[in-house]
Design a protein around this ligand. Structure first.
Ligand SMILES: C[S@@+](CC[C@H](N)C(=O)[O-])C[C@H]1O[C@@H](n2cnc3c(N)ncnc32)[C@H](O)[C@@H]1O
Length: 654
């Protein structure tokens, strides 16, 4: 393994930074970019050879069969005590930090026989303690054979975790061991990790299928789980015409998906008589496969190292943003290209010989002013440019840019757009005050005030509308990251580039549900003083056909800038509306208690956009139920209201 000893536990440090929509690079230099590691099951005597063959780690049995014989001969009252010399399979050596321990395969923590459970627990605990003593990264135990005893198995694992300090426990589970119920092994894992209260040192050692290929829904469920190692049998490989081991098309596709998680790949069954190829052939092939994976999407490339990293959303109204934040905004060419196109289209709709007054409100360091000026040149229209900003630091930058780049032709206004009342009217009001769910950075409230300057007949707002969308997700990673943040962590939403997660809603057409909309200009809004017109409530339903656990909801937005020119971070439309745009990561809206949803159940989500005139906040809740054949609704579970009265998180209107 590549991690230094000081970073031995697999769980990263609490990862949260404040105030951003995308990562601020340099904010945390300690974060490492992980790479896929290759390992192989080995006896201690052969491990050196495997390192020479290019493997990054080995998994070694901690004890020998002699231990089994002794345990079988013990009387019920005998103690296991220390290992005898012949029973020890591994001694610490210079490769210790590249070794995983394999627990005895013959122990049965889920047996129906209490004595077997007791003996097995003793052995498992001794082995885990020994592995920890040796300084190994993790110990891998076989998962329960008897799925009805998963809770009992979980109780023993919890004891191991409680009695050890740093060793990671990997539970070996076959991705699909039951064709009648593909999700049965996932349900076993779900029972164990729930029994262990999502312990940060508990991971799954997931066994890839050897022959059959499970459905994609199951693969993507597992993708969202904390995979400590991905176990591949050498028997999964087939010989190519030259006799070298390769993977078939389906296995290659499954592996390619998991490779995005940069897993530890562990080859086993390498001593089976009917396997193909020699040991280095596997590592050469797998390394080639890893190297030839398609490049990640632009957004992931931009934010590598920040996947699943929780960030507090920006509050550009009540906080003055820093230079670096503006710099990060300006790295996304797509957002500005869309705005430029929208301004161009709006100008083209104006009479040819008119002078169009354009105001960029919340101009920051001026990139949208550049867009408007370029659009004016391209459309051959004469414009009168105004740039307004309330951040005094960014305003200084506008002053400098006006002199150096805009020949002092731009009228600069310092102040809050909500109170701006010039003695002229504006034709096009351009703003970018959008959050990951559209209205969550208070664009509606700011534009309600600013729109007073718009020409009442012909005034245009860019954007003209925006809509937030949500969908339920399963993600142990995001949920446990939130939990680490302590009090109030489940009463706020986070901006995050989600990676280890899965969608729970199975109906493609209704997977992402719109919550509400805001339109600008909104003439009715000018009349309101208490902001109640910006309250919203949505109640949406999702169909669930495969079992899962809801750890929260993912939030997205779509915005119409002008006519058919839009911005979107919604997975179903982003590639068409604003491909490769990376200005906004989705929101993670957590629930405090994960909601188990069985197959063929329904999930409801409610969200409220609340305001008391001084602040705006969001509240949310969810519930699940099934519908019986006779149409009766059976309630399964429901959450509390999160963030009631905005007690934990809110956006200040002052
Ligand atoms: C998300 S940034 C966009 C900056 C720039 N237009 C861009 O696209 O790179 C929003 C800007 O609006 C400013 N802002 C927010 N609320 C404002 C208000 N009520 N009045 C004036 N400026 C505001 C913030 O200070 C910030 O500079």
């Amino acid at each position: 393994m590549t991690e230094p000893r000081s970073l031995m536990t697999l769980s990263d440090d609490v990862s949260v930074t404040s105030s951003t929509r995308v990562p601020l690079f340099g904010a945390d230099l300690t974060r490492r970019q992980k790479a896929t590691a290759l390992g192989i099951c080995s006896a201690e005597s052969a491990s050196q050879l495997f390192f020479e063959e290019g493997y990054d780690f080995v998994a070694i049995p901690l004890t020998t069969e002699d231990l089994k014989y002794r345990v079988e001969s013990l009387a019920p009252t005998d103690k296991l005590a220390e290992f005898h010399e012949v029973e020890v399979g591994y001694y610490p050596n210079e490769f210790t930090n590249q070794v995983f321990g394999l627990a005895s395969p013959w122990i049965e923590l889920d047996s129906d026989d209490p004595l077997v459970v007791q003996r097995s627990s003793e052995v498992a605990l001794r082995e885990a303690e020994y592995a920890e003593y040796c300084g190994l990264q993790a110990v891998i135990l076989f998962g329960p054979r008897n799925s009805t005893n998963s809770m009992q198995y979980g109780a023993v694992i919890m004891e191991l975790l409680n009695k050890t300090n740093i060793i990671n426990i990997f539970v070996r589970i076959d991705i699909s061991n039951n064709e009648a119920d593909y999700f049965s092994s996932w349900k076993v894992w779900q029972a164990i990790r729930t029994a262990c209260d999502y312990h940060p040192r508990l991971h799954v050692a997931l066994e890839m299928p050897i022959k059959e290929s499970p459905p994609i829904e199951l693969i993507s469920r597992w993708y969202a789980e904390p995979i400590g190692v991905l176990i591949m049998s050498c028997l999964t490989f087939v010989a190519n015409p030259k006799g070298y081991p390769v993977l078939g098309r389906k296995h290659k596709a499954i592996l390619s998906l998991f490779l995005q998680l940069k897993p530890r790949l562990l080859l086993c069954d390498n001593d089976e008589p009917n396997r193909v190829g020699a040991s280095p052939d596997y590592s050469i092939y797998l390394k080639h496969l890893i190297k030839t994976q398609p490049p990640p999407p632009v957004v992931e490339d931009f934010a590598e190292g920040y996947k699943d990293y929780l960030q507090i959303p920006l509050q550009p109204l009540s906080h003055d943003l820093e230079n670096i934040t503006y710099e990060v905004f300006e790295r996304d060419p797509v957002k500005y290209a869309q705005y430029e196109q929208a301004i161009h289209a709006a100008l083209a709709d104006r009479p040819e010989d008119s002078v169009t007054r354009i105001a960029v409100v919340g101009a920051g360091r001026g990139p949208l002013v550049d867009c408007a000026l370029r659009a004016a040149i391209q459309s051959g229209r004469t414009v009168d440019m105004i740039a307004l900003e309330k951040n005094p630091n960014a305003f200084s930058m506008l002053v400098k840019r006006n002199r150096e780049d805009w020949a002092s032709k731009v009228t600069l206004v310092f102040g809050d757009m909500r109170q701006w009342r010039p003695d002229y009217k504006v034709d096009i009001l351009v703003s970018e005050l959008l959050g990951s769910m559209g209205d969550n950075e208070l664009s509606p409230e700011c534009l309600d005030g600013a729109q007073a300057v718009l020409d009442e007949e012909t005034g245009i707002s860019i954007p003209s509308s925006y809509v937030p969308f949500v969908t339920p997700i399963m993600s142990q990673k995001l949920w446990t990251e939130a939990r680490k943040l302590g009090n109030g962590a489940f009463d706020r939403a986070y901006v995050v580039l989600m990676n280890a997660f899965d969608f729970i809603a199975t109906d493609d057409e209704y997977r992402f549900q719109p919550l509400w909309a805001f339109h600008h200009p909104d003439r009715a809004a000018i009349q309101h003083v208490d902001n109640t017109h910006n309250k919203r409530h949505a109640h949406v339903r999702f169909q669930v056909s495969t079992p899962g656990v809801v750890h929260g909801f993912a939030g997205y937005f779509e915005a119409t800038l002008y006519k058919d020119i839009s911005l979107s971070i919604l997975p179903t439309t982003m590639d068409v509306k604003s491909p490769d745009m990376f200005s906004w990561f989705p929101m993670y809206i957590p629930v405090q208690n994960p909601i188990y949803v069985p197959e063929n159940s329904q999930l409801e989500f409610q969200m409220w956009r609340q305001t008391d005139g001084t602040k705006v906040w969001f509240e949310w809740a969810a519930n699940s139920y099934t519908i019986l054949r006779n149409g009766k609704h059976i309630e399964l579970s429901s959450t509390r209201i999160h963030n009631p009265s905005g007690k934990v998180s809110y956006c200040d209107l002052s």
